[in-house]
Ligand binder design. Structure first.
Ligand code: SF4
Length: 432
């Protein structure tokens, strides 16, 4: 019995799919090398992006055709709007809500009745032996008008800290070197449960454990909301060597009126205060941001304020999206998607130009320095490997030694452009 899973969308869906894989393996399924070899195929879908929805339709069409030749059970799970759920029900054999993943064996009629178990309690099947995603929070109470997450994943729910700390302990014992704490609003952790730790407290506990591990560990977290970000988090992050010097702080727009219509509930000034404070605590911080260009009604002047904010922010990385109406999101019902496609594209290009300059300038400062890199994969360029710095910058270096993958190495940075650092391998990092 073989299964195949296709996670679409964000890292949270990837983490969810690791838990779904664990459930399938608990009843004897093994992972197929490819979808053709599988008798059960699941898709962890994402209603947030139209491109991901299009992919679901193209896949299920193909799988339903395959069913004419050999038996196949298909199911869909993930971050799905009720409207899409209704449509998927007609196409897939099963619709498995995330909170009902533990019932999948029952649904497959292979395993009989299992005791209902919380989704958080399912031990995931890790896709990597050295880096792991640990969900700590699910759902969202922020209701940004461009986003459908509060309607697909529901309200904010913090995972019990005792469970998170146990999972972190297990990962550390298992030798994991990179742990990423995940949540739609990761730093809103604990706000929904009066008796629970705050995000800063949780981070402090995780940092202590990682610092005490016999090997080097980097702990990242994504994505925080600027509104809930505070000095306590920065203080904790700066005081533990294992808590990585990396911050993703989504700005979305540099114009206060656009931010108001997005329901972000911070001003550019408030955002910049939090960004500056982070850099005060962590001068070597790598910062990425998320920006949407061409949001409903965005004028040229408003876009120019975003461009200026990008210059001021000196970001290392930015995830720039051209606005597209997302079904189920408030903006789709309330506002007109009235910025021309060509203008969205041009604004995207303009911001990428700014990013190219700020990222190149930041990366140039690393040339000549020795940094630690976690080796991840073989590069497309023959004889080279790729890894990432603590700030998640891509680093390429000459080596044919694939045994380095999953290990920390020390690297002298020899050159850099906006998107990649080139390095010279110095050697294995002793803290591995
Ligand atoms: S904070 Fe906004 S963008 Fe993030 S998940 Fe919640 S509604 Fe979506």
């Amino acid at each position: 019995m073989r299964y195949f899973l296709l996670p679409l969308g964000c890292a949270t869906n990837k983490a969810d799919s690791e838990r779904i894989a664990a459930v399938l393996e608990s009843i004897g399924y093994t992972l197929a090398d490819n979808e053709e070899d599988a008798s059960v195929i699941g898709i962890v879908a994402c209603s947030i992006r139209q491109s991901a929805i299009d992919r679901v339709y193209s896949k299920i069409h193909k799988w339903n055709q395959r069913k004419r030749k050999k038996p196949l059970i298909t199911f869909v799970s993930g971050c799905i709007l009720p409207e899409d759920q209704r449509k998927f029900l007609k196409l897939f054999d099963l619709l498995v809500k995330l909170e009902e993943v533990s019932k999948l064996p029952q649904m497959l009629k292979e395993y009989g009745v299992v005791a209902p178990q919380s989704f958080w309690e399912i031990t995931p099947r890790r896709g990597s032996s050295y880096k792991a995603l640990v969900p700590i929070q699910n759902g969202c109470d922020k209701f940004c008008t461009f986003c459908a997450v509060p309607y697909t994943r529901g309200r904010e729910e913090s995972r019990p800290s005792a469970e998170i700390l146990t999972e972190v302990d297990e990962l550390l014992v298992g030798g994991y070197k990179q742990i990423t704490l995940l949540g739609q609003n990761v730093n809103s952790y604990g706000l929904d449960v009066e008796t629970e730790m705050s995000f800063a407290e949780l981070l402090r506990e995780i940092g202590k454990k990682a610092d005490a591990a016999p090997h080097k560990v980097w702990v990242h977290y994504t994505s925080p909301h600027p509104r809930d970000m505070n000095a306590d988090v920065y203080e904790v992050q700066s005081s533990s060597p294992s808590l990585a010097n990396y911050l993703n702080l989504p700005l979305q727009s540099g114009d206060d009126e656009v931010l108001r219509r997005m329901n972000r509930r911070y001003s550019l000034e408030q955002y910049l205060e939090k960004l500056d404070l982070a850099r005060k605590y962590m001068p070597d911080l790598t910062v990425s941001t998320d920006i949407i260009v061409g949001f409903c009604g965005e004028t040229t002047e408003q876009f120019e304020r975003t461009r200026a904010a990008m210059v001021r922010g000196k970001f290392d990385l930015a995830f720039i999206a051209q606005y597209s109406a997302r079904p189920g999101a408030v903006a789709q019902q309330r506002f007109q998607d009235d910025v021309a496609k060509a203008d969205k594209k041009q604004r995207d290009i303009d911001l990428t130009d700014v990013l190219r300059e700020t990222a190149a300038e930041n990366n140039q400062k690393l040339v000549g320095k020795v940094i630690t890199v976690l080796v991840e994969q073989v590069s497309r360029k023959p004889g080279k490997l790729l890894g990432r710095s603590e700030g998640l910058k891509s680093v390429e270096f000459e080596s044919g030694d694939q045994d380095l993958i999953g290990n920390f190495v020390d690297m002298k940075i020899t050159s850099a452009d906006a998107w990649r650092l080139q390095g010279e391998l110095i050697g294995f990092n002793e803290a591995n």
